[in-house]
Design a binder for this molecule. Structure first.
Ligand code: 0L1
Ligand code: MG
Length: 260
């Protein structure tokens, strides 16, 4: 069942079509099943030549939870075929119904696994970057239950990371707190969403330790060079061809992309 459902979701992504929620036909699908399907979906990408680049946390803010009606954080994998260079262009018609959201990303410097304090996790962070996450659900109308969206690799689609990683010590030396950085999402130069990094599980470091705890439950962890998207600070906005999208984060700079 796991492989069959993973291939079903992978084919939907490849063929740019939506499918009914898995939980309609499989009402007893467990969260463990869903994470196993997710892993198999990612393996399909890896078999096509993509490489693992890190992890994303999803549904880490009240605004995001309210937008989709699922009320607990989830994680997914980032792979090389999802990465878009800063200032790069994404083709709208290659995806079903993509949306963009403003995020903060961590660059991890050493192996991390298990339960730890936020200070311990941050000690392994080389730097912090502004990021855009583009999400795209394989389910019609972005409607899903927790198990569906986990199986669908947390709606992963594309991501853009800002050009430079700011060390945490540098932020502190400028009297900026990672836990309360202003975040703006702009489309065509107009501000369409504003938020704060405090919306990300109250502090992005909490998103990192929550991810590590969830990964440890499946015997996994983070590795040097991993990128971790901590989660969005605001609801996501629909993307249309011709748009220029930029995320600005206080003290971290910006990340931008174009939609063709
Ligand atoms: O990155 C996210 O917060 C997305 C998680 C999945 C829910 C959604 O598709 O918005
Ligand atoms: Mg996100």
């Amino acid at each position: 069942m796991i492989d069959r459902l993973a291939q079903h979701l992978d084919a939907a992504a490849m063929e740019i079509r939506t499918v009914p929620q898995l939980t309609i036909d499989q009402p007893d699908l467990s969260l463990d099943d869903a994470y196993a399907i997710q892993r198999a979906v990612v393996d399909c990408r890896i078999e096509r030549g993509a490489t693992r680049m890190g992890m994303k946390m999803g549904l880490t803010s009240l605004a995001k939870m309210a937008q989709v009606g699922v009320h607990e954080p989830i994680y997914g994998y980032l792979t090389s075929d999802m990465m878009l260079a800063d200032g790069g262009t994404m083709v709208r018609t290659s995806y079903g119904h993509p949306r963009a959201e403003p995020e903060i990303a961590f660059l991890i410097g050493r192996d991390l696994q298990g339960t730890m304090t936020e200070a311990e996790a941050l000690d392994a962070v080389i730097g912090v970057m502004p990021a855009i996450e583009v999400i795209d659900s394989r389910f019609s109308d972005f409607k899903f239950k927790l198990e569906d969206v986990v199986a669908d690799n947390a709606s992963s689609c594309r991501f853009v990371i800002g050009a430079s990683a700011t060390p945490l010590a540098e932020l502190e030396s400028r009297d900026l707190s990672l836990g309360n950085l202003g975040m703006i999402l702009e489309v065509d130069g107009e501000v369409v969403q504003t938020g704060s990094s405090a919306a990300i599980l109250e502090h992005p470091a909490r998103s990192l330790t929550t991810l590590l705890k969830m990964l440890a439950e499946r015997g996994e962890g983070l590795h040097p060079g991993d990128i971790v998207l901590a989660g969005a600070a605001t609801p996501a906005v629909h993307l249309q061809p011709g748009q220029h999208v930029r995320v600005r984060v206080d003290g971290l700079g910006s990340a931008e992309m174009f939609v063709d």
